[in-house]
Design a protein around this ligand. Structure first.
Ligand code: BGN
Length: 283
């Protein structure tokens, strides 16, 4: 299996960072997901290189420091499968990383955009991450050469998702897994906070990237195969078409800039930082 996949650097911007071999040497290429449900205690024992939801290569400085942010609610089985698949892959990529599972308290409809913004803020409070990866819990890379890194433009990683027949469902699709440098995420004002219920927040994200004169890029497209993990259905909000129209006008005031939430708990477990947040629907 070829180790590269990175014929050209994705960015000069980060090339001074780190002295770990890049691209890393012990990649395994495309390997199927492991869908076995392994208890969390066993995962802890398996991934002893992690502490407080964080990993740092021992003998070299990583190419980039990555915060993996996962909006979350009520999916314990999928969380275990996520950890069991993502941790070894990103570990083989020799990156320094923290995993943030951002859970929304019960009550209002799920708000993936706002949870992403909260994860971004909470991760950056911990350390100066180079790169934030907004990651669905149920979409998991199958290929080590799909790098969890940032470039000069936001990177869309989930290009070939199993549930979309391993194809990009539509050109402006930005869902699943995407990466942003701190500056990029701030420039686009993060995700919208106003999308409650399933759908639309990623379409607004794509529009924000364009409006900010960035391009959503797919540099690892050839290695973008991702498995999807089954779960029960999501509830949709009622007016996401309308929300998309409103967002076009108010996006500079709706995102990181007006983020309000109540941090109920932030607890460092071995494999991830659990961020438990209460968000208010009436605004
Ligand atoms: C789209 C959703 C996205 C979702 C993709 C893939 C909307 C906006 C109103 C048209 N967009 O239709 O959020 O990621 O499907 O499932 O619902």
């Amino acid at each position: 299996i070829p180790n590269s996949g990175l014929e050209q650097p994705v960015s000069d911007h980060f090339s001074n960072h780190g002295n770990c071999t890049w691209p890393p040497l012990n990649l395994q290429g495309r390997t199927p997901l492991n869908r076995t449900d392994i208890p969390i205690e066993k995962l802890d024992k398996q991934f002893t290189f992690m502490a407080d939801g964080h990993y740092k290569p021992k003998n070299c400085t990583a190419y980039q420091k990555i915060a993996i942010v996962v909006p979350y609610r009520d999916r314990q089985l999928q969380l275990r499968i996520f950890l069991n698949n993502v941790i070894p892959r990103i570990h083989r990529q020799q990156l320094e990383f923290g995993i943030y599972i951002v859970e929304q308290t019960a009550g209002s409809l799920f708000n993936r955009g706002m949870l992403s913004n909260i994860g971004f803020v909470q991760a950056m409070k911990d350390m100066a991450y180079d790169c934030v990866v907004i990651h669905d819990l149920d979409i998991l890379p199958e290929d080590d050469r799909n790098f969890y890194i940032c470039g000069d433009n936001p990177i869309h990683m989930a290009t070939k998702v199993e549930k979309f027949k391993y194809r990009v469902p539509y050109h402006s699709f930005a869902g699943g897994i995407s990466t942003f440098s701190k500056k990029q995420y701030e420039d686009i004002n993060g995700f919208p906070n106003q999308f409650f219920g399933w759908g639309g927040e990623d379409d607004e994200l794509f529009a924000r990237i364009k409006r900010s004169n960035y391009k959503m890029t797919r540099p690892f497209d050839a290695h973008g195969h991702c498995g999807s993990v089954q779960h029960s259905g999501q509830r949709t909000g009622n007016d996401r078409m309308k929300m998309l129209q409103i967002s076009r006008k108010i996006w500079k005031q709706d995102g990181l800039t007006d983020l309000e939430y109540n941090l109920v708990e932030k607890r460092r477990k071995q494999l991830y930082v659990w961020v438990y947040a209460d968000i208010n629907m009436s605004k």
